[in-house]
Design a protein around this ligand. Structure first.
Ligand code: URA
Length: 433
């Protein structure tokens, strides 16, 4: 039996009492946890100590590094193309990856978008794409490389189990121990996967507001700065946009309906906010890839982004022309009075869609691709009494009661002068400040 150089209880105590954990001890903790020597109970206790006491920048860097070292590191160097990825901290109706990846690939940049599934009220990109008949999320590393090297240029697929396995274990533990919403833990979790993935550049969409991990804009800014610094220090050119997630993005929340809306954006239409954010993130990604002046909007309007989408879906055995699943049951909420929709909170809408079956409560649950919510109005829109506001869709009408309950108090009709919304993209954060 090998002798362990540290004792988990000492490491937990150091953090519990507000100290910084020395680099060798922190590296050992992550490694010993991945090996199963440090127990879930000890790691949960450490995570809670970090939640309460925080971490210094240097500790966050070491934690990230240790999580990267727990698994494989991919490299796209042999592609001979710039690679650029995007990561969103998650929100309600956030389907931006779907139009974004093929749009950026139009310009000859490789987009390796290794994505996750949804948990709780935030949707998952893979769940959305699995609404498309035949589409495959699980690709081998060779398939990923071939798709990026060839004329497709973009891949959205599941991150392999070999990438930052320490994070996979720790994230599952945090999910059930109320330690998810903690800046050092979120930053190291996200960045360990992105740095291990081997992308040259990364754009972070860091969300703030009711439907985001970080409700408070100052916390979101701190998270963005921490992640930009971690990426930059590891040689990944990283910038972040701070974006508003107080209101759901676009007019759809779910899976199949979000694919439908993404295709509208790829056809040059779609809701203004989805197009605006897609264009802003594409510009940011292309600037990092050395193409700051290309006309992104034209590629949406002239069909090139749509052609790129079709190639990407077909390369993963999906049929871009297959009809998307439609739920057999719907329930429409209508306006009780005339006026203006003055308020709409993202989080309850995310919870309602989740209760309809669009999301999962446990990692092993299946999502219902046809379930979700179509929004007929957004804040600022005028409504007439009796007009349809939101249509809920599910496989089983028994799901409507709890979804409607989630929406109670989540929206309001009032006087037009009560509607104020800040910009969708609030700030751009770079390593320079
Ligand atoms: N997404 C992640 O990958 N990790 C977190 O900690 C939070 C969101």
């Amino acid at each position: 039996m090998s002798i362990e150089p540290f004792d988990a209880v000492d490491v937990i105590k150091a953090k519990r009492d507000g100290g910084a954990v020395p680099e060798p001890a922190l590296r050992w903790l992550v490694d010993a946890y991945t090996r199963g020597y440090v127990s879930d109970a000890q790691m949960a206790s450490f995570a809670m100590a970090v939640f309460q006491r925080g971490m210094q920048r240097d500790e966050i860097r070491v934690l990230t590094d240790a999580m990267i070292a727990s698994g494989e590191r991919m490299s796209f160097a042999s592609l001979g193309k710039n690679t650029v990825d995007k990561h969103s901290t998650g929100g309600v109706g956030d389907k931006i990856t779907l139009p974004l990846a093929p749009l950026v690939a139009v310009f000859g940049v490789a987009v390796p978008q290794l994505s996750g599934r949804g948990l709780g009220h935030t949707g998952g990109t893979l769940d959305k794409l699995e609404s498309i008949a035949g589409w495959r999320a699980d690709l081998s590393n060779d398939e990923i490389m071939a798709q990026l090297a060839g004329d497709v240029g973009a891949v959205i697929c599941a991150a392999g189990a070999g990438l930052a396995p320490a994070d996979k274990k720790l994230y599952a533990l945090r999910d059930v121990t109320a330690t998810v919403d903690c800046i050092p833990l979120i930053a190291s979790s996200i960045m360990s996967k992105k740095i291990a993935e081997g992308t040259d550049a990364l754009v972070l969409d860091v969300k703030f507001g009711s439907g985001a991990f970080m409700q408070n804009v100052d916390h979101a800014r701190e998270l963005a700065r921490t992640m930009v610094q971690l990426g930059t220090d590891s040689g990944v050119a990283t910038t972040a946009l701070l974006t508003d997630m107080n209101v759901p993005l676009g007019l759809t929340i779910g899976n199949a309906n979000e694919v439908r809306e993404s295709v509208e954006v790829l056809a040059g239409g779609g809701p203004a906010d989805v197009r605006e954010l897609t264009v802003a993130l594409a510009r940011e990604m292309l600037a990092l890839a050395g193409q700051p002046d290309v006309d992104v909007e034209r590629a949406l309007d002239d069909g090139r982004a749509m052609d790129s989408w079709r190639r990407m879906i077909e390369a993963q055995d999906g049929d871009p022309d297959a009809p998307l699943p439609v739920a057999p049951e719907t329930h429409t909420i209508t306006a009780p009075a005339s006026g203006t929709l003055t308020r709409m909170e993202a989080l309850p809408f995310g919870i309602a869609a989740w209760r309809l079956g669009a999301g999962r409560a446990r990692a092993e649950d299946l999502v219902v691709h046809s379930a979700g919510i179509d929004l007929h109005v957004k804040p600022g829109d005028t409504v007439q009494a009796g007009q349809p506001l939101f249509t809920l869709a599910a496989e089983d009408a028994a799901r409507f009661d709890r979804a409607v309950e989630a929406l109670e108090g989540a929206w309001e009709i009032g006087a037009a002068d009560k509607v104020t919304r800040g910009p969708l993209v609030l700030e751009r954060i770079t390593a320079e400040g």
